[in-house]
Design a binder for this molecule. Structure first.
Ligand code: PMP
Length: 418
């Protein structure tokens, strides 16, 4: 892969061409034949052929409901789904398979914890600590819960670089704090938060911590035992898997003590009109027929990432982020939003005198997919006094050519709109 544009950075040591060949969506042309430059990976990532094939094969040959059938197909499907759970366990280095709950995604995982753990523990006057860089899905469920319980949301401030104020964080932790809910990586700034330290601070006061790993799981190795977090959430569609499938990891003792959430099939042990007893973990939290193909597809995605080498992929992304940062900051009138010392794969920026939406629309006509707007982090936008940003977010299949195309596109935008 040529590292055109910047002689100061060496080409990342990864066979990106071979990787790109695995992703059919990357090889299309848009509009008047322009090749797609996909830089919206923080919203969702593209899928390798092995994931597409696995989902198709499931529906073509194995389709059956799980956990209930004695027949061949049902047993096959159940085994495949439970193997997927084991793959997720390994991906997160969780202690037990029973700690892995399948959900629809990060949003549902957080809502599950709010509705069960939160509702059963929160009382009037209690507090939940979040940060100013949270995605709406790690704000609104807690806000709704606080309103219901007469509790209060406390917010860790963010500095101009896009780093959390850890001093302020420690001051927010009191005997009233019942939970800290924090993103591992910010979807808008790319900041990697010092979660290990922050978890230790919270645990020092006996406060459990939920990590929103939606943007971390696609980029960083995640070890829930080393982190010692109490809950960890991520979405399948951002880790090269299907939409509609996600994960809630929870420490067994916490999950065990939590009441169930949705009622229905599979989450019960026995039902009578007098009394229902609930299934064991993790099924207690998995009411109804799940997204079986999604879980199985997620396994194929995680296997793919593992086979390609998580460390090698991350190294490539780091080099690409450095390259993109250098090239973007050289553009006159461009201001990066989010310059944390620990960052991954997200470049949010504004251009003097140009509305992000106009820039995004023009880039799109050039075949370049970026995201514009508030990125579901309106409080963070308010903190920076911005209506929105342009966000380019990278994955391991992106190249310096993609970055160069973005830079050329931005020069074009400036020449037309500035
Ligand atoms: N948290 C973060 C940090 C995110 O980036 C996102 C998705 N943009 C979510 C939560 C929500 O994920 P999902 O829509 O897959 O539930």
């Amino acid at each position: 892969m040529p590292a055109s544009g910047s002689p100061s950075l060496t080409a990342p040591p990864l066979d990106v061409d071979a990787i790109r060949a695995d992703f059919p969506a990357l090889h299309q042309t848009l509009y008047d034949g322009r090749p797609l430059v996909y830089l919206d990976n923080a919203a969702t990532s593209q899928k390798p052929q092995v994931v597409i094939d696995r989902v198709r094969d499931f529906y073509a040959r194995e389709n059956s409901n799980i956990h209930r059938g004695v027949h061949y197909l049902s047993q096959q499907a159940t085994e495949a789904y439970e193997q997927a759970r084991e793959t997720v366990r390994r991906f997160l280095n969780a202690r037990r398979r029973t700690e892995i709950v399948f959900t629809r995604g990060t949003t549902e995982s957080i809502n599950l914890v709010a509705a069960t753990f939160g509702r059963s523990r929160l009382e009037r006057g209690d507090e939940i600590v979040v940060s100013a860089m949270e995605h709406h899905s790690n704000i609104v469920p807690w806000q709704m819960l606080c309103q219901e319980r007469g509790a209060r949301l406390r917010v860790i401030p963010v500095d101009d670089r896009g780093e959390l104020d850890e001093e302020a964080y420690r001051r927010l932790l009191t005997e009233r704090t019942k939970l800290v809910a924090l993103c591992h990586v910010s979807n808008t700034l790319g900041t990697i938060n010092p979660v290990q330290r922050m978890i230790a601070d919270a645990h020092g006061l006996g406060i459990p911590v939920l990590l929103d790993g939606a943007q971390a799981a696609p980029h960083l190795p995640v070890d829930v035992q080393a982190l010692d977090c109490d809950f960890y959430c991520f979405s399948g569609h951002k880790v090269f898997g299907p939409t509609g499938i996600g994960i809630l990891y929870g420490k067994e003792a916490l999950l065990d003590a939590m009441p169930p959430w949705q009622g229905g099939g599979d989450m019960i042990e026995t039902v009578s009109f007098e009394r229902t007893t609930f299934n064991e973990l993790p099924h207690k939290f998995e009411a109804g027929t799940p997204h079986i193909a999604g879980g199985i597809g997620l396994k194929a995605a995680l296997d793919y990432v593992e086979a390609r080498g998580r460390t090698a992929l991350a190294r490539h992304e780091d080099a690409l982020l450095a390259y993109a940062t250098e090239r973007l900051t050289a553009i006159e009138g461009l201001h990066l939003i989010g310059t944390a010392r620990e960052k991954t794969s997200v470049l949010s920026f504004v251009l003097d005198g140009i509305h992000p939406y106009d820039a995004g629309t023009l880039l799109d006509r050039l075949g370049i997919a970026v995201r514009t707007g508030h990125h579901c982090t309106q409080p963070l936008m308010q903190r920076f006094g911005l209506p929105g940003t342009i966000r380019a977010s990278l994955a391991f299949y992106n190249t310096t050519d993609d970055v160069d195309a973005l830079v050329d596109g931005l020069h074009r935008v400036r020449s037309l709109l500035a």
